[in-house]
Design a binder for this molecule. Structure first.
Ligand SMILES: [Zn+2]
Length: 87
């Protein structure tokens, strides 16, 4: 796991306005601690850059994982709206 520089971590948190960028819950209200997530997992060559990082609640990060459960390739995230995002 790559060490994310503090400045980049702060930038992602500020950009997200302290909300999970997947489910939009205010992280002060979430029972899960905030996490910085690689949208495209490092194991799939996702980079530690601003545009590949997002602020996530622990629930969304655990549900997203790093691999699609069926294809075992990129992870997909099923949003509460029913929208499916494939990475
Ligand atoms: Zn979330």
């Amino acid at each position: 796991m790559t060490n994310i520089p503090d400045a980049l971590r702060r930038l992602v948190k500020e950009r997200a306005g302290n909300c999970c960028e997947y489910c939009h819950i205010n992280l002060d209200l979430s029972p899960y601690p905030p996490e910085i997530d690689h949208i495209i997992a490092e194991k799939h060559d996702g980079e530690t850059t601003e545009d590949n990082l997002c602020l996530s609640c622990g629930f969304c990060n655990r549900n997203k994982g790093s691999d699609d459960r069926i294809t075992k390739t990129f992870a997909s995230l099923y949003l509460m709206s029913g929208q499916i995002i494939l990475y």
